[in-house]
Design a protein around this ligand. Structure first.
Ligand code: 5AD
Ligand code: SF4
Length: 468
């Protein structure tokens, strides 16, 4: 599923190795962690093609926008951004430069040729399944062709990508993403992902293990396995049996030096016993699970084609908590899906009270053209959606704050990830995914240190080192 928290918006540096006469690329990423990973891999492909990453548009010869299509107006926002880039390109070309613009990701997939038609500034449009062809597409574009690559090719794009260099891995930090599964066959009636990302595909075990090993050899200590519907991952294991995600996580936990494993995003229907047992058995598997429910009303869940009831979800949460009592749950919620009554909405509020979330992402339903939800009657009025979302978010925020307060005084292990805002501080991550700020003397990036949480504010926790 796409339900990775859809909040990231970042410029990804390819961690490129300097070359002479290098071209320079600026990559802007919108959307989920899968897009962050895709941008990294496009960065790898471009590094192999002689590009160096830069962190400003002004310094770039190539601007690559990796887009997200999950909610409303995504395409319009891309077009207006392209309008601004058209001015920059014109100015650059007037100065004798040669700026190229490429659009990647789910808007590229959904809009395809339309982008070429509406935005003359664009040289290359490339979908999520074809970005291994980016260097060839750019080569064609340099010859003056405008290229659209949005098919779902038979070949595996990962086979066509260079391995990430150890230097690039180090530049990206000690916590890394690794895509194990792509696409979705669930067809929730609100969602564009099955159309933009295509059918579910799982990467083979040996490729995943090799990539994980390379990450760890370069200093990575935590890996988050990614997939739109990650717990639908399956593949042939080393023992010849068909493995699910639980078995894959067990295999990855054997890698020396890999101390933390996470995965996102899961569908409740694919949470099998083996994966739940992995949460019970493996200290490497962090006690945090993003498990979207979307709604607490059975009628709405049915209309959404979620394939589970509210009660089945709550029972599943009980089983997961029985296996790993300290697990923190996060979820995604949609308010105002067509036909949602006040009573349906109250069922969602009840489910939230019953489950008690540590974190959450919540949205007003947004019509996505081409999905079944778009054609449904009883669309909910905007004002009603606004009011419901405010109430739902107030409840979820209170639960998140309560979760933070519960951590006060607790001793937890932190993975130190990056320098803080000032040089005296370093930021680590708790097992429950919370950023925690400690004194820089607590250790160096990549260390796991034991700390006591001493203070919380709205977004961060503060802690001090505990000597063991
Ligand atoms: N409207 C509102 N929210 C949506 N999401 C997906 N599609 C839509 C839509 N059409 C939300 C879901 C999903 C998350 C990634 O984005 O909650 O889990
Ligand atoms: Fe997730 Fe449903 Fe979209 Fe698939 S169709 S990505 S399960 S929300």
């Amino acid at each position: 599923m796409t339900n990775v928290p859809p909040t990231a918006e970042s410029a990804i540096l390819a961690g490129a190795e300097p070359r002479t006469n290098t071209r320079k690329v600026f990559i802007k990423t919108y959307g989920c962690q899968m897009n962050v990973y895709d941008s990294e891999r496009m960065g790898d492909a471009l590094t192999g093609d002689g590009y160096q990453a830069v962190d400003t548009v002004e310094a770039a010869d190539l601007i690559l926008i990796n887009t997200c299509h999950i909610r409303e107006k995504a395409a319009e926002k891309v077009y207006s951004q392209l309008g601004r880039l058209a001015k920059l390109k014109k100015q650059r070309n007037a100065e004798g430069g040669d700026l190229m613009v490429a659009v990647a990701g789910c808007v590229a997939q959904a809009e395809g040729q339309e982008i070429i038609r509406r935005a003359p500034v664009v040289d290359v449009v490339i979908g999520p399944q074809t970005y291994h062809r980016l260097p060839q597409a750019l080569a064609k574009a340099r010859q003056g062709e405008r290229v659209v690559e949005t098919d779902f090719p038979a070949e595996d794009k990962f086979d066509g990508l260079p391995n990430t260099s150890a230097r690039a891995i180090r530049a990206r930090g000690v916590a890394a993403f690794l895509t194990v599964q792509e696409g979705c066959d669930k067809f929730c009636t609100f969602c564009v992902v099955p159309y933009t990302r295509g059918a579910e595909v799982s990467r083979p075990v040996d490729r995943i293990v090799q990539e994980a090993q390379r990450l760890v050899d370069a200093g990575v200590r935590e890996i988050t396995l990614l997939g739109q519907n990650v717990n639908a991952w399956h593949g042939k294991g080393a023992d010849g049996r068909e493995w699910g995600l639980g078995e894959l996580v067990r295999r990855l936990a054997e890698i020396d030096g890999l101390v933390r494993i996470r995965y996102t995003t899961s569908h409740p229907r694919d949470m099998d016993d083996s994966l739940i047992a992995a949460h019970r058995d493996l200290p490497e598997l962090m006690p945090y699970l993003h498990l979207p429910v979307q709604s607490g009303s059975d009628a709405i869940l049915k209309a959404m084609n979620r394939r589970h009831t509210a009660d089945e979800y709550v029972r599943l949460v009980e089983r997961i908590r029985a296996a790993r009592p300290d697990i923190a749950l996060s979820g995604d919620f949609i308010v105002g899906f067509p036909g949602e009554t006040d009573a349906d909405f109250e069922n969602t509020m009840d489910l939230i009270r019953e489950v008690n979330y540590a974190a959450a992402f919540s949205f007003k339903y947004s019509i996505r053209p081409g999905t079944p939800g778009a054609g449904m009657e009883d669309q909910v009025a905007e004002a009603v959606k606004t009011e419901r979302l405010a109430r739902l978010q107030a409840l979820l925020s209170e639960q998140t704050r309560a979760f933070g307060r519960q951590c006060m005084g607790k001793t937890v292990d932190l993975l130190l990830e990056k320098p803080g805002r000032n040089t005296h501080q370093i930021v680590g991550r708790s097992p429950w995914l919370q950023p925690v700020i400690v004194d820089a003397k607590a250790g160096k990036i990549g260390d796991i240190v034991s700390v006591r949480i001493t203070e919380t504010d709205s977004s961060s926790l503060f802690a001090e080192r505990v000597e063991c």
